[in-house]
Ligand binder design. Structure first.
Ligand SMILES: [Ca+2]
Length: 219
């Protein structure tokens, strides 16, 4: 996969990161394949319209793949529309990860949010995330948790991002009115091996293991 949108202080931002698949939607179901996540619900307020509802995958995914998410609708004034990968059991610890990446296309603005349970406690849902301008063709986006552009929307109670308390990965509207976007190949990004560091100082695990390199799912 190619990382072609790397806003922020590091470039290329995904060069030293390995990927763990959250979902590629090829199985056509509403459950992410990564064990850290358990469902893909869609949300809209009563005045907005959203399709599909409930969640369903659509044909014609990224990179010639079979399926993806395709969400469309009309967001009412002060309304909301989103699709989200919900953490299994309500919360998952992503502090070992550097961020997420996904492919997207569409028209207009969509916001990728990483919601945390302490934001919910604050009661404002002003999740940390980043807004992206969609293009008609598929592009790959990398969202690093340490990117200066990864921030709250600046309308709610200020709350520091807590990667140990992630409740959801969200793709949501930024503006009101018509919205149409596709998402595919959602992954977690994990720091890859740093061969100049002894493995025991880099990461816990069996000595002699490929330190930090893993494409397997983490339970
Ligand atoms: Ca796909």
């Amino acid at each position: 996969m190619r990382a072609i949108d790397c806003a922020g202080k590091q470039s290329p931002c995904a060069a030293a990161l390995s990927e763990e698949l959250v979902d590629d939607f090829e199985d056509g179901d509403a459950r992410p394949v990564h064990p850290r996540f358990e469902a893909w619900p869609v949300y809209a307020d009563a005045a907005s319209t959203i399709s599909p509802a409930p969640f369903a995958t659509a044909a014609h995914g990224a990179n010639g793949s079979g399926r993806a998410i395709h969400v469309s609708g009309t967001v009412a004034d002060k309304g909301y529309l989103s699709v989200a990968a919900m953490a299994a059991g309500g919360s998952t610890d992503l502090s070992a990860y550097a961020g997420i990446a996904f492919s997207a296309r569409g028209v207009g603005l969509v916001r990728d949010n990483v919601g945390t349970t302490d934001i919910d406690v604050a009661g404002n849902y002003d999740d940390c995330g980043r807004s992206i301008f969609l293009t008609p063709t598929w592009r790959r986006y990398v969202i690093r948790f340490d990117d200066p552009d990864f921030a709250q929307g600046n309308w709610g109670i200020r709350t520091a991002f807590a990667p140990s308390k992630v409740g959801r990965l969200v793709f949501a509207n930024v503006q009101y009115g018509p919205l149409d976007f596709w998402v595919d190949d959602v992954v977690l990004l994990e720091p890859a091996a740093k061969p100049w560091l002894p493995s025991r100082s880099w990461k816990k695990g069996p000595l002699g293991a490929a330190s930090g390199v893993s494409s397997a799912h983490r339970g």
